[in-house]
Design a protein around this ligand. Structure first.
Ligand code: 13P
Length: 250
């Protein structure tokens, strides 16, 4: 049985004061919650303070990206080791905004996955098709390739540290959530690909989150879908009033 995993990707939102106020509320309500795994992904500059604030709770803290290189002349980048150093345990990789706004390729995402795992970070690897690709019936081809290339060279043992997030690009920040059928088909397909790349048993143990306009009023339906093991949440993760209700969804 896969334990649900709900993660909040804050993207480039909140500032120190509002970020801390939010994590204090989460801490007060969730400190010992054990029925669902919870993680928050603040902007880099707040990771250290938020990790310190949430230390000793069951809420994990991660970064939204990391460099594929361990150190050196990479202006503006942050390494996996630096993230571990400030208390992060997780990192989000291959988010569609990284892929589509900043041009990250599958090969780069794969190098980042290796760099993060090398330093002991747990990874959420995001995949998802654009509207055009869905309309062109390319969904499986696109997400299958993103998954396969993103996981190239990953050992079975390392897969246990990876969560997959299926985030259809057309559902991100648009209020257009995937239907249960659409989510169910994509998740089942991804699990099948995992089974082919590794083993069925490992595929069964791997959590696949859904992301894209997850809100308190649709979370229950999404989490009821077979193969949907949690959610990666953007907008609704920025306020306790909308994030906390997501955690009692199953
Ligand atoms: P929204 O929940 O705001 O649609 O964002 C989803 C997302 O991109 C999470 O990574």
């Amino acid at each position: 049985m896969r334990k649900p995993f709900i993660a909040g990707n804050w993207k480039m939102n909140l500032e120190r004061k509002t970020a801390l106020a939010l994590v204090h509320q989460l801490r007060d309500h969730l400190a010992n919650r054990d029925t669902v795994d919870v993680a928050v992904f603040p902007p880099f500059v707040y990771v250290e303070e938020i990790a310190r604030t949430l230390k000793g709770t069951k809420i994990a803290v991660g970064a939204q990206n990391c460099c594929d290189e361990p150190h050196g002349a990479f202006t503006g980048e942050i390494s996996a080791a630096q993230l571990v150093d400030v208390g992060a345990t997780h990192v989000l990789l291959g988010h569609s905004e990284r892929r589509h706004v900043y041009g990250e390729s599958d090969a780069l995402v794969n190098r980042k996955v290796h760099a993060a795992l090398d330093k002991g970070l747990a990874v959420i690897l995001c995949v998802g098709e654009t509207l055009e690709q869905r309309q062109g019936k390319q969904t499986e081809k696109v997400i299958g390739a993103q998954l396969t290339l993103g996981l190239q060279g990953i050992s079975a043992r390392d897969l246990l540290k990876i969560t997959i997030a299926y985030e259809p690009v057309w559902a991100i920040g648009t209020g257009k959530v995937a239907t249960s059928k659409q989510a169910g088909e994509a998740h089942a397909y991804l699990r099948g690909v995992l089974g082919g790349l590794f083993t069925e048993s490992l595929a069964d143990q791997t959590r696949i989150q859904y992301g894209g306009s997850v809100k308190p009023d649709n979370v229950k339906e999404l989490l009821a879908v077979r193969d949907v093991d949690g959610a990666l949440v953007g907008g609704a993760s920025l306020k306790a009033e909308t994030f906390l209700p997501l955690l009692g969804g199953r």
